[in-house]
Design a protein around this ligand. Structure first.
Ligand code: 5AD
Length: 355
């Protein structure tokens, strides 16, 4: 086992069989070794820095019906909201004043925001706050829309693949196809976005083989960012009676992702903070290097309920900003408010410019 972990650390590669063996045989004491190597790898590429991104959850309307998700189309118990482009701009202003230089605009799949509206939102933010990076997280759209957003100034796109297992994906996503999702991620990459994929840990029926498939897919895609979080059952979804993912299993997947994609940006998921008071700090110590504090207006925060018991629901954005910084400092790391591009992206970008 130690040999395998050392191999991942030294070569940043493992075969599917090796990953499965590792997941099936990892003992408690091996986990600490794994986390230690992951932290060392993170430090090698990003030092003690942890990037902060301001997250704006601008709509909880969603046309999709993912079995695990609290904002799925067929949850009638949820009040739905939309922020206007002006309200989004106000959130950004607040974030800018707090020092954020990356804004993540996230929503359910809400077609009320047409291509033109999204383009306008992006242009306005880029005009008013020069030098900031915009990350979109709005789900599946047509390629020409992705192209228009990129031309308007969007820099990055987050869209977790959720699970790379064909069987699990089909079971959990009655309105979507894995093939489409992966094609969207591929298109986003080709267009030139810094792309984030990612998956949930502890989904009902998810095996070590399925998790190994997630890592193999990531090794293939080579995304700039990878969002990994535990599944947390929501009482207004068909998965309400299921067991959720654990902090420990999620940490293992974060650490392995750090070893296999050493230059990636790995958020310490908010869902980790829901399961454990120090969940995000533990993720930072297992190789994560990004935190996404909320800039969503507190009046609607509780309505963006992908899973229950979300943290920071009643806090003002300023409070989140400083609370997070304290947590980062508590594990000996430093909050970095700069754009925080992935080092892989910076390297390939510089190469392109030299040519
Ligand atoms: N538990 C944990 N994560 C969830 N997400 C959606 N529903 C849940 C849940 N019940 C995650 C998905 C999505 C991201 C924004 O939130 O992975 O991509």
């Amino acid at each position: 086992m130690l040999e395998l972990i050392a191999k991942a650390f030294n070569t940043n590669k493992l075969t599917k069989e090796e990953i499965i063996y590792l997941l099936q045989n990892l003992k408690d004491e091996d986990r600490q070794t794994l986390f230690g190597y992951a932290l060392e790898t993170k430090k090698k590429h990003y030092g003690d820095e942890v990037y902060l991104r301001g997250l704006i959850e601008f709509s909880n309307h969603c046309r999709q019906d993912c079995l695990y998700c609290g904002i799925r189309a067929s949850n009638p118990m949820l009040s739905r909201y939309r922020l206007t482009p002006e309200e989004i701009q106000v959130c950004c202003q607040e974030g800018y004043n707090l020092g954020y230089r990356t804004f993540v605009l996230q929503s359910g799949e809400d077609l009320w925001y047409t291509k033109d509206i999204i383009v306008k939102i992006i242009r306005r933010i880029k005009d008013k706050f020069p030098g900031v990076a915009i990350t979109l997280s709005i789900g599946e759209r047509k390629r020409d829309e992705y192209e228009a957003y990129f031309r308007a100034g969007a820099d990055r796109f987050l869209m977790r693949h959720e699970t790379a297992s064909e069987r699990l994906y089909a079971k959990l996503h009655p309105t979507m196809k894995l093939e489409n999702r992966l094609a969207c991620l591929q298109a986003l990459k080709e267009i030139g976005y810094q792309v984030g994929a990612g998956f949930m840990v502890g989904l009902p029926g998810q095996s070590h083989i399925d998790l190994a498939e997630d890592l193999c897919y990531l090794q293939e895609l080579e995304p700039d960012m990878v969002g990994i979080g535990p599944f947390i059952p929501h009482s207004e979804t068909p998965l309400k009676g299921e067991k959720g993912g654990t902090v420990e299993d999620t940490l293992v997947m974060v650490a392995l992702t750090r070893l296999l994609l050493p230059e990636s940006l790995l958020p310490a998921a908010t869902a980790m903070g829901t399961l454990h008071p120090q969940g995000r700090e533990l993720a930072l110590q297992a190789g994560a290097n990004v935190v996404m504090p909320l800039l969503t207006p507190s009046s609607v925060r509780k309505l963006y309920e992908l899973y229950q018991n979300k943290i920071c629901l009643n806090d003002e954005s300023g409070k989140c900003r400083y609370c997070i910084e304290r947590r980062i400092n508590s594990v000996g790391m430093a909050a970095d408010l700069s754009r925080g591009d992935s080092s892989r992206f910076i390297r390939t970008h510089e190469l392109k410019q030299k040519r």
